[in-house]
Design a protein around this ligand. Structure first.
Ligand SMILES: *[C@@H]1O[C@H](CO)[C@@H](O)[C@H](O)[C@H]1NC(C)=O
Ligand SMILES: *[C@@H]1O[C@H](CO)[C@@H](O)[C@H](O)[C@H]1NC(C)=O
Ligand SMILES: *[C@@H]1O[C@H](CO)[C@@H](O)[C@H](O)[C@H]1NC(C)=O
Ligand SMILES: *[C@@H]1O[C@H](CO)[C@@H](O)[C@H](O)[C@H]1NC(C)=O
Ligand SMILES: *[C@@H]1O[C@H](CO)[C@@H](O)[C@H](O)[C@H]1NC(C)=O
Length: 467
């Protein structure tokens, strides 16, 4: 049962020692929903000193309490996968889908090492490079960026606008090949990134209970580790899409390295599901015209998240609770801003959320989704392909009949260098061509800590390959 009674929580974090005032509130009629607003004590890093306030229309009665959702929290149980999809079964929800492969036949040794950019001299990558070469898509000759984001790349920042490399990271530039919103107002294209992972099953269980479908941007290396989870996601009629092999910042990679990241991710998904996605999300939203063109040449349409101004990006920052870089209170405050802004824009919206870590899954299933489901007027919540008013079959290369979702190709890539921003994008709302000084605050630094802790380590380790 949904309650419209607001649960208002306000938590103050004052000073370096993160003293907190905690508040509890329960919503009458919300099945005794009770949430605590105390701030977690991060072991090494304190969340920014500020006051957070947010109100929730409903919470999940079985939610983990807010005070328990923090960096270093004890592990909660992972739910078993609701069912194991049977190898050989043919999906009935997609016309012409091939039978489901047997995940037991997946041999990790036939794939590159996990969590680092794959080598580019393999026969597979060489073949994909040839395919890109013969695709008819021109890959613009744009210098690579260096790790460190906007501050480390002044030349790229100066050239980040529509007349230049159109670097979304620093300034929010988009092309009309990018999907950044859903067209219909009050429609939420639900997405989760970086799985399949340990707590994905808990998220799937909740989505199933609420009859919700999502888009999952999956990391190839995680698919190797959790193929049965990916099969269940797919067979439960969620949309599966590409989020690279090792989660690097793609503008820092050479063309061949980008092709290797996308190609191996496409391949492992096809090997596990029998179908190949035709959408991708660049890790950290790090995309410019070179990365766009390579994605399009590989049959992958880029999907970002809604950004209506340099400071209003639809990023919950849920990813950073795990590392202690933000608090669950801050994340719910961000969420409040997102739905506040979602109600004011003329299009629908896409939000950045993750299923890699326990904390992000708990805030999604305990708070964000229950709140969204209770929202009045109601949101339409569905996968990105559905929010674009296209059938699920359009999301995979093998089942797309090209009638309602013609493949991206050379003609679309011409648009990469000619178009202006998509509806709802930063460029269409007048802030394109910004030098990125503000974009860094709203759109980039938020995810940068992940790159600092994960991808930079990987890139340094892989320096021999990258040189
Ligand atoms: C594409 O292939 C042509 C013909 O083999 C070759 O001359 C060209 O260098 C290739 N371009 C790239 C970017 O690999
Ligand atoms: C997932 O669970 C396995 C088994 O309990 C554990 O070894 C692994 O470290 C976990 N992965 C993450 C990312 O927490
Ligand atoms: C939109 O988001 C910004 C910050 O991200 C926030 O300051 C503003 O209050 C939000 N607007 C609404 C209507 O919630
Ligand atoms: C759809 O387009 C792709 C790429 O051009 C092509 O390979 C595929 O055969 C087409 N499918 C149909 C059903 O025409
Ligand atoms: C960047 O843009 C901001 C706001 O438009 C401006 O104040 C600032 O001087 C610019 N910085 C540079 C280096 O151009």
């Amino acid at each position: 049962m949904l309650s419209l009674a607001a649960v208002v929580i306000s938590a103050s974090v004052v000073g370096v020692c993160a003293q907190s005032s905690s508040g509890t509130a329960s919503a009458p009629g919300a099945s005794g929903a009770s949430v605590s607003g105390s701030a977690p004590a991060a072991p090494t890093l304190s969340p920014p000193a500020t006051t957070f306030s947010f109100s929730l229309a409903s919470t999940n009665p079985t939610a983990i309490s807010l005070s328990a959702i923090a960096s270093g929290q004890s592990l909660s149980p992972t739910l078993p996968l609701e069912s194991t999809a049977s190898p050989g079964v043919t999906p009935t929800f997609l016309p012409n889908a091939p039978p489901l492969p047997n995940p037991a036949s997946l041999s990790p040794a036939s794939y590159p090492p996990l969590d680092r950019p794959p080598p580019t001299d393999s026969p597979e990558v060489q073949a994909w490079i040839q395919q890109v070469n013969s695709s008819g898509v021109t890959i613009p000759d744009i210098p690579l960026t260096v790790a460190g984001g906007c501050p480390a790349n002044p030349d790229a920042v100066a050239n980040a606008g529509e007349g230049g490399r159109c670097w979304w990271t620093c300034g929010g530039c988009t092309r009309n090949t990018d999907i950044q919103t859903c067209p219909d107002k009050m429609t939420w294209g639900l997405t989760y990134d970086d799985g399949p992972a340990n707590y994905t099953s808990n998220l799937l269980d909740y989505l199933d209970e609420q009859h919700l479908k999502s888009t999952f941007f999956v990391v190839g290396s995680r698919v190797i580790s959790n193929p049965a989870t990916l099969q269940l996601q797919y067979m439960s009629e969620h949309q599966i899409a590409v989020h690279t092999w090792s989660h690097p910042a793609l503008t820092t990679l050479s063309n061949a390295e980008i092709i290797a990241e996308l190609g191996w991710s496409k391949k492992v998904i096809k090997d596990v599901l029998g179908v190949t996605p035709n959408m991708m999300r660049p890790p950290f939203g790090d995309i410019d015209d070179r990365v766009r063109a390579i994605s399009i040449a590989m049959g992958l349409t880029p999907v970002l998240w809604t950004r209506i101004s340099p400071t209003a990006t639809f990023d919950t920052d849920d990813f950073n609770i795990n590392g202690g870089l933000t608090s669950v209170q801050q994340v719910l405050h961000n969420w409040g801003n997102i739905i506040g802004n979602a109600s004011t824009i003329s299009s629908g919206f896409i939000v950045l959320e993750h299923d890699l870590f326990q904390q992000a899954v708990e805030v999604a299933t305990g708070y964000i989704l229950p709140d969204a489901l209770a929202h009045q007027p109601a949101f339409r919540i569905e996968p990105v392909i559905s929010c674009l008013n296209k059938p699920l079959r359009d999301a995979y290369i093998e089942t797309n009949d090209n009638s309602t979702n013609p493949p991206v190709g050379p003609s679309a890539s011409a648009a990469v260098t000619l178009s202006s921003g998509a509806p709802g994008s930063a460029s269409s709302s007048g802030s394109s061509g910004s030098n990125g000084s503000n974009g860094a605050v709203g759109g980039f630094n938020i995810e940068w800590p992940y790159l600092g802790t994960l991808a930079i380590g990987v890139l340094v380790a892989g320096a021999g390959i990258l040189a």
